[in-house]
Design a protein around this ligand. Structure first.
Ligand SMILES: Nc1ncnc2c1ncn2[C@@H]1O[C@H](COP(=O)(O)OP(=O)(O)OP(=O)(O)O)[C@@H](O)[C@H]1O
Ligand SMILES: [Mg+2]
Length: 251
């Protein structure tokens, strides 16, 4: 039995108080086995980012518990949020410098990470010189520099065109294979979830809660336009539709 890397036990998150209170997540229980590629799928506002923020420890749950491995979880945001005044290498090295790693070791690790995200030779450039896809790769390398065993990704490729997204799917799958990381990946793109995930969790809204899950047994690497990926996407979309109908009935 593989031990879980992330465990959420009856997690509730309520923002605000009294009449202003808004429950973003209710009774979410979830175990993510070490090494799993998990996709969280749901409509806008259903609490996907909130769930990642709780796992990242950026905010506490109102009730229930969240457990992650020692060393915590690294987070990659939808917006690459690079420091514009730092070079690519210094952006990636930022978490290493904060950990107090010496200059030589830092340089060597940054080179390794640049190679891992296919940006060899780009370390001296500034973020504004890069394409959107390259910036996301820098953000990925910076998240990997935290050396956490869990990587949280919040719609990281949503702003990219389909071809760039396709390439980055290949790359994140390779990085995941090479590192053995546990990945929790948020998306509202059903095809993207079917392309990447070992397991897809479908969330419902108002309040955010787990409405269903799909284990994805399709062999890897998968193509996003493969018939079996399309077939699975249809099944998941049907489930999402009925979840959305349930939301409408409840509101
Ligand atoms: N800091 C906050 N204070 C108050 N309400 C918040 C806060 N963060 C999120 N919310 C509310 O919680 C709910 C869930 O938000 P969240 O950002 O987690 O949704 P999401 O599923 O990530 O949506 P999207 O797909 O649009 O990114 C929303 O109704 C949102 O307005
Ligand atoms: Mg979000």
């Amino acid at each position: 039995m593989i031990s879980p890397a992330v465990v959420l036990d009856h997690v509730q998150k309520t923002y605000g108080q009294g009449a202003q209170a808004h429950t973003a997540l209710q009774s979410v229980s979830l175990e993510v086995p070490a090494g799993e590629f998990l996709c969280l799928l749901g409509a806008s506002g259903c609490g996907k980012s909130t769930l990642l923020h709780l796992i990242a420890g950026l905010e506490p749950p109102t009730s229930g518990s969240v457990s992650v491995p020692a060393g915590g979880a690294a987070m990659m945001f939808q917006d690459p949020a690079l420091f514009p005044w730092l070079s690519v290498a210094d952006n990636i090295g930022f978490p290493l410098a904060r950990k107090g790693l010496g200059a030589t070791a830092q340089k060597a690790r940054v080179q390794e990470l640049l190679a891992m995200v296919n940006l060899d030779g780009w370390g001296h450039r500034q973020p504004h010189e890069l394409s959107g896809g390259m910036r996301q790769r820098v953000a990925l390398a910076r998240a990997l520099a935290q050396d956490a065993r869990v990587l949280l990704m919040d719609e990281p490729f949503a702003a990219l065109d389909a071809m760039m997204r396709d390439r980055l799917h290949d790359e994140i799958e390779r990085v995941w294979r090479e590192t053995g990381l546990t990945i929790v990946f948020v998306t509202h793109n059903v095809r993207e979830a079917a392309r990447l995930a070992d397991r897809v969790i479908v969330l419902a809204s108002h309040p955010g809660r787990i409405a269903g899950e799909f284990s994805v047994k399709l062999p890897r690497p998968r193509r996003i336009d493969a018939p079996e990926v399309a077939q699975l996407s249809r099944t998941i979309t049907d489930s999402l539709r009925s979840v959305l109908r349930g939301n409408d009935d409840a509101s």
